[in-house]
Design a protein around this ligand. Structure first.
Ligand SMILES: O=C(O)CCC(=O)C(=O)O
Ligand SMILES: [Fe+2]
Length: 336
């Protein structure tokens, strides 16, 4: 039974350049302090204050487009099936996505930042597979991804400030050098109700891979759950799943749910956790969500900021290699 603790709400408008001068400075500092606290305690938050970038009507339009796509006939969606080779872009029917060895009870359409030189024989380097129907799908989703990229950059600025990394320092340059050309990922996910006899859940417990995830979900409550290792935010041990509680991260009007991924966890050497989360959608509606994963450049070298270097469990990684290894494990391909 999920616990009644709620995720904190963070106003990100100070990082979107809408305030000026001293007022902006003070707001930045306040928001950064709050973020520092929230990321140490939860690794998750709601964000609000992004209307200058994206409006509620636009978010609603994205969810409608995703829902309309999933309502298309199965054989039409199957033409967009993720292909061997690229192994990542396109549609997966229910059960093809695997988390922790169990099939997830959802269907999904996955899209990645387009690459300059497409090579469908190489993992993650094929073309995105856009549906022809619904007709507005591509326009609505591409506009959304561009807006989420803006919010992703703002969250990176907020991360630097939360860690007290000053602009112009080597650490700041390092963090910024990860994201001039972020290899973002986006998914549209459709969740039918979880059958009572399912072995897995709607989306099994996992951590996200990259920098920041920005989650847009329809208003269905009681589906997304976040694992809080210690309800009062203290004494959080690395990867202890034994202590802690699952809390609901239900959608809130005017907010997006955001969380840090493993790259920010490495950068902060574990100060900010990539937190386990899962989806258990049992209510009778068809739930739709559209997470946008704001990731580093494909070839970014990720390591801990200088003050935290050398903690053994946070070894440097090449983001592309890290992602490739993760993606290769995700899919249960049918033999042709
Ligand atoms: O659908 C959701 O609410 C979350 C999905 C998720 O965690 C993911 O795709 O990584
Ligand atoms: Fe996730």
């Amino acid at each position: 039974m999920p616990h009644s603790i709620e995720l904190p709400i963070l106003d990100i408008s100070p990082f979107l350049g809408t305030a000026t001068g001293k007022e902006s400075q003070a707001l930045h500092t306040r928001a950064a302090k709050q973020l520092d606290h929230d990321l140490r305690s939860y690794g998750f938050a709601y964000i609000t204050g992004f209307e200058s970038v994206v409006k509620q009507e636009e978010l609603d339009e994205v969810l409608e487009a995703a829902r309309a796509f999933f309502a298309r006939p199965e054989d039409e969606k199957a033409r967009l099936k993720i292909r061997r080779g690229d192994g990542a872009r396109g549609w997966q029917k229910i059960g093809e996505n695997v988390t922790g060895g169990y099939a997830d009870w959802h269907e999904g359409w996955d899209c990645y930042k387009p690459v300059m030189k497409e090579d469908p024989s190489q993992l993650l380097h094929g073309p995105n597979q856009w549906p022809e129907e619904p007709a507005e799908f591509r326009r609505v989703l591409e506009k959304h991804f561009a807006k989420m990229e803006i919010l992703g950059h703002a969250l990176m600025d907020a991360t630097a400030l939360a860690l007290s990394i000053t602009e112009g320092s080597e650490d700041h340059d390092q963090l910024k050098s990860w994201v001039p050309d972020p290899f973002w990922v986006a998914r549209c996910i459709g969740y039918p109700p979880l059958p009572p006899d399912a072995k897995g859940v709607s989306c099994g417990a996992h951590k996200d891979y990259g920098n920041w995830t920005l989650l847009l979900a329809d208003p269905t409550p009681g589906a997304l759950q976040v694992f809080l290792r210690d309800p009062d935010g203290t004494n959080i041990g690395p990867d202890s799943q034994k202590r802690g509680v699952w809390i609901n991260a239900d959608p809130k009007p005017g907010c997006l749910v955001v969380n840090v991924g493993e790259m920010v966890e490495i950068y902060s050497a574990g100060l900010y956790k990539a937190t386990l989360h899962q989806v258990v959608h049992k209510s009778p509606t068809y739930r739709v969500s559209v997470p946008f994963f704001f990731e580093p450049n494909y070839d970014a070298a990720i390591s801990a900021e200088s003050a935290r270097e050398g903690r053994p469990q946070f070894k440097p990684v090449k983001y592309g290699d890290f992602l490739t290894a993760k993606v290769a494990k995700n899919f249960a391909f049918e033999e042709p």
